[in-house]
Design a protein around this ligand. Structure first.
Ligand SMILES: NC(=O)c1ccc[n+]([C@@H]2O[C@H](COP(=O)([O-])OP(=O)(O)OC[C@H]3O[C@@H](n4cnc5c(N)ncnc54)[C@H](OP(=O)(O)O)[C@@H]3O)[C@@H](O)[C@H]2O)c1
Length: 252
């Protein structure tokens, strides 16, 4: 039995991780802003899987929210064995047209929060010489797509280095880079997804299953689904202008 902490666990991919890890018998710490929704998820998981579930209401775009979760990750009495840095959101418009205050909040949520939580987790896990971190990035990390893809590229690069650096100390780090996943993400961000072909959508369950299997295989970067592995290879090797043109299709 181990204990996992998942940010953004009340919906979408984070909820999928909570469900699958609970099914496998892990105790959980669930983090999100909406306390009522988080409590309902926790009740459901306790009832269905008989595990212990703690909830932590925190806004990860705020320093005090990040610190509360970091403190939990530093606990000696109740150590966390797996951190899933997942909480995230998107903006409907391109950088340069958006409000800079919104961009800065996004930067804090997508970059500063995972950085602060990773720091706390690494310090605790390396002391115990065991643990794992999954940073939920995106396939967008391999394409030039404004501030969102830049934030996710930061996470992928840092995860790759951290995995190389800390694996000998018994701590694994993996970036998860899914394509389009059916969650609340796009609706919350008021994004027009009408141009996305049905075959491009992944289910939360398949993304979580592939991610956990890739973590077991020792991968530093996980790209779920064969069709997205092909697109990721294209994005990594094709000329930037061509990749940018392709990446703009579907979602303007
Ligand atoms: N869906 C996709 O197509 C897709 C593709 C690639 C990568 N991703 C990445 O996957 C991750 C999860 O996204 P999702 O698709 O599962 O989105 P989602 O369905 O909208 O869920 C987002 C989760 O994050 C929490 N959250 C949002 N802002 C937060 C904040 N400031 N502080 C704490 N928690 C916050 C939400 O709960 P509260 O609102 O209650 O806080 C919710 O639990 C994100 O990092 C996203 O960038 C998504």
């Amino acid at each position: 039995m181990t204990r996992a902490l998942i940010t953004g666990a009340s919906a979408g991919i984070g909820h999928g991780f909570a469900d699958e890890l609970a099914r496998r018998g892990h105790d959980l710490v669930l983090v999100a802003r909406n306390g009522e929704r988080l409590a309902a998820v926790a009740d459901d998981l306790r009832a269905r899987h008989g595990i212990e579930v703690e909830t932590l209401v925190a806004d990860l775009s705020q320093r005090d929210g990040m610190q509360a979760v970091a403190d939990c990750l530093s606990s000696v009495d109740a150590p966390v064995d797996l951190l899933v840095n997942n909480a995230g959101s998107g903006l409907p418009d391109w950088f340069g047209t958006t409000d800079i205050a919104d961009e800065e909040r996004q930067l804090d949520l997508l970059v500063r929060a995972p950085l602060v939580l990773m720091d706390a987790a690494l310090k605790s896990m390396t002391g115990r010489r065991s643990g794992a971190i999954i940073n939920v990035a995106s396939l967008a990390a391999f394409t030039p797509r404004g501030t969102y893809s830049a934030s996710k590229a930061y996470l992928v690069n840092l995860s790759q280095w951290a995995d190389l650096h800390y694996a000998p100390s018994g701590v694994r780090v993996m970036a998860l880079c899914p394509g389009f996943v059916r969650t609340e993400f796009h609706e919350r961000g008021q994004m027009d997804m009408s141009g996305i072909k049905p075959w491009m959508w992944l289910s939360v369950e398949s993304v979580v299953r592939d991610a956990l299997a890739d973590l077991d295989r020792g991968r530093a970067v996980s790209v779920p689904a064969r069709r997205y592995k092909v697109l990721a290879a294209f994005a990594r090797h094709a000329p930037a202008a061509l990749v940018a043109r392709q990446a703009r299709r579907g979602r303007e």
